[in-house]
Design a protein around this ligand. Structure first.
Ligand code: ATR
Length: 277
């Protein structure tokens, strides 16, 4: 039986076992995917046991707080994960630990699959937030063709650090710079935790945002965040955040379980995942 897992600390709220379980069932694969709590001080022990085969796992997903620290234990890291500075997917191959980052793929593929993007995306992108997720969002928007990319964050230094690390056409700023860039924006992304259940709402004025600009949120609980409601009400195309979670899981699933059919993101899967939010 092929086995994989997600590691984090804490990990009990992870939706990944439900997601991979859905595909294992659908595709009739005899496999398992479980949530494994790994404390930070036990990360090296986990990595060694994973690599040696002692855990019987083909690999694993990696989530908070291990996405950076796990890199020290990888034998190879994909160039994209190296650039983003975080690994969220591990594959054991010939006794080696290979690390990659599939958040970039998840965010980009979700936008592409939504059918809301123009044929050849171009123009300015605005990303709010410079936390863990925003680096993958920046590289994905860049690859889609947007330029310049304004990365605006409450803490300016954090945005500057990301812009420096990533290079390219990323311009760092503060959240208070938002009105300055709004009128040229072709895609607006919330990658802050604002708008999430239990957090403050993201309170911004969209009145200068061009009507054709796509608005998307990486927050998916609730699915329709205040930002998306506001954008929808004024007629902007919107893309919700659950798809990023679903699409980012595909590359790992394929590496570990080697399915004869590709796992796909369907409306049935979306509804199945939304049931537990
Ligand atoms: P993740 O890894 O999921 O992106 P994170 O690293 O904790 O999470 O980042 C959270 C993001 O939300 C950060 O950009 C954070 O801004 P700071 O870097 O200034 O902390 C942003 N954020 C959280 N609460 C905020 C608030 N009340 N107002 C503005 N931005 C906020």
């Amino acid at each position: 039986m092929k086995k994989s897992a997600v590691i984090g600390w804490p990990i009990s709220h992870s939706l990944s076992p439900r997601l991979h379980g859905f595909w294992l069932d659908k595709l009739g694969i005899e496999g398992s995917y479980e949530a494994l709590p790994v404390e930070p001080e036990n990360l090296d022990d986990f990595a060694n046991k994973l690599k040696s085969g002692e855990l019987g796992l083909k690999g694993a997903n990696v989530t908070v707080p291990h996405k950076q620290e796990i890199m020290a234990f990888c034998d190879e890291i994909s160039p994209l994960a190296q650039r983003i500075g975080a690994v969220n997917t591990l594959v054991v191959k010939d006794g080696k630990l290979l690390g990659s980052n599939t958040d970039h793929y998840g965010f980009k593929t979700n936008l592409e699959a939504s059918g809301k993007l123009p044929e050849n995306p171009s123009g300015a992108a605005i990303i709010l937030g410079a936390g863990g997720a925003s680096r993958a969002v920046c590289t994905a928007l860049e690859e889609l063709g947007y330029s310049p990319i304004y990365l605006l964050n409450r803490t300016l230094e954090r945005a500057e650090e990301v812009a420096n690390d990533l290079g390219g056409s990323i311009i760092a700023g503060s959240l208070s710079d938002l009105p300055k860039y709004m009128a040229e924006c072709q895609i607006l992304v919330n990658s802050t935790s604002l708008g999430m259940k239990g957090q403050n709402p993201l309170d911004i004025d969209l009145s200068d945002l061009p009507k054709e600009a796509v608005v998307t949120d990486i927050v998916y609980n609730p699915l329709m965040t205040g930002l998306l409601e506001q954008a929808k009400a004024r007629g902007n195309p919107i893309v919700d955040g659950i798809g990023m979670l679903l699409f980012q899981a595909i590359p790992g699933f394929e590496s570990w379980f080697d399915p004869s059919e590709k796992p796909v993101v369907t409306e049935e899967l979306r509804q199945y995942m939304l049931e537990v939010l």
